[in-house]
Design a binder for this molecule. Structure first.
Ligand code: NAD
Length: 372
């Protein structure tokens, strides 16, 4: 039997997923984008054109995969009805809208996959889908499988690079799927990236690479005088000793959180890793061609509410003091115009804008372990 896969989103990643799922013999691909214009443009484009995903093969030649998803719509009742797999492939700030949209139509024993999910994905999913989510498997992958860019909207997308491995987590709840969602996703993705499963969803939260961005932004720009720069500074290579020590400390606090959780709840394995990818600081060009830091970039706008604030929340529940995280968070929240922490406690008026466990009323590690 063919499985029905609903891909949520209309961006780069959603384009690739739509193409790969459509080429796969065992799946029907549908696309849900909540932007009416994206749904209309993509549909119109496929009427007259092929839908193509390109990637380079080993000897540098270009492989063109040609296959159209069954349909693209902004109507969740059409896209989600009967879907066996629902993949969210949008930036984390859009997850809430997609959860709200799909909620009435998700069937029992479906798989809901965050590709990427980012920390707090499960909390938000259970909060919005309520009991319905407990009858589904919820998977959360740490990143997108590829570096990819839309060449022509609704027509062609290029895979620029493919990760070797991708780690994710699976919460089974009370679901009884008649297929293995990881095996299915792997067969859609092909040989790479190799999908791996973490011990549990909390481990994925603490393994997030996004945690590195807020401290590095803080260290670089905390004393910035507002004067535009001639060049864009290198992101990781530009790390000075202070930034490095700040990053190391936050990392150590996150590892301490993982160890504490493992000690308090030995049933929760916590031996994750992280590594860093990006090179340039996120900057905005000024009119005269110089650069100022872009504090609205996702290094802060995503990696704080769906990253560092979540790990801070776990630290609080594990009883771990995080003085450097707190200092970084205090600076970041000011740049974001938010109040997440007050002193060292995650109790600011905007905590609900984060996906920290506290935002969803989880008070203890036992509450979190009950989700598994
Ligand atoms: P993208 O920027 O292409 O996604 C944009 C799409 O998201 C839009 O087309 C729209 O469909 C949806 N969207 C955006 N804002 C929305 C809103 N306010 N409401 C509803 N829908 C909205 O994203 P992408 O490149 O597909 O990447 C998806 C995620 O993966 C992001 O978090 C990104 O940071 C991450 N990522 C991307 C790459 C890459 O190479 N593209 C690599 C690694 C990680």
């Amino acid at each position: 039997d063919r499985l029905t896969v609903c891909i949520c989103g209309g961006g780069n990643g959603a384009h690739v997923l739509a193409g790969l799922t459509a080429t796969h013999a065992q799946t029907e691909a549908r696309v849900l984008t909540l932007f009416e214009k994206e749904a209309a443009d993509w549909t119109a484009s496929m009427k007259d054109n092929d839908f193509i995903v390109t990637r380079k093969n080993k000897d540098g030649g270009l492989v063109r995969l040609k296959a159209k998803p069954a349909f693209v719509t902004n109507d969740p009742s059409k896209a989600v009805l009967g879907a066996d797999v629902i993949i969210l492939c949008v930036p984390a700030f859009a997850h809430e809208q997609y959860f709200e949209a799909i909620s009435p139509f998700v069937k029992r024993d479906a798989a809901i996959i965050g590709l990427p999910g980012q920390p707090g994905f499960e909390f938000q999913c259970f909060d919005i889908l309520k009991d319905r989510a407990r009858t589904c498997a919820v998977l959360n992958y740490e990143s997108l499988p590829w570096a990819c860019r839309i060449a022509e909207f609704g027509k062609r997308v290029d895979i620029l690079g493919i990760k070797d491995a991708l780690i994710g987590s699976k919460v089974v709840g009370r679901s009884h799927l008649n297929f293995d969602p990881v095996t299915l996703l792997q067969s859609v993705l092909g040989a790479r990236p190799v999908l791996e499963l973490a011990n549990n969803y909390l481990e994925i939260y603490l393994m997030t690479k996004g945690f590195a961005h807020p401290p590095l932004m803080y260290a670089k720009w905390k004393d910035w005088d507002g004067e535009p720069l001639k060049d864009r500074p290198l992101f990781y290579q530009g790390i000075d000793e202070y930034a490095a020590s700040c990053l190391c400390s936050v990392s150590a606090e996150i590892v301490a959180t993982a160890r504490a959780i493992g000690r308090l709840r030995p049933d929760l394995g916590m031996d994750g890793v992280e590594h860093l990818e990006r090179l340039l600081h996120p900057m905005k060009a000024t009119d005269d061609g110089r650069w100022v830091p872009d504090f609205n970039n996702r290094y802060l706008s995503e990696d704080v509410p769906y990253g560092l604030a979540v790990t801070k929340g776990l630290a609080e529940l594990a009883g771990v003091a995080t003085p450097v995280t707190d200092e970084v968070l205090a600076w970041c929240q000011e740049k974001l115009g938010k109040e997440f922490i007050v002193g060292s406690e995650l109790k600011g008026k905007d905590v609900r804008d984060t996906r920290a466990p506290q935002a969803y009323g989880y008070r203890t590690l036992d509450d979190l372990a009950a989700i598994l």
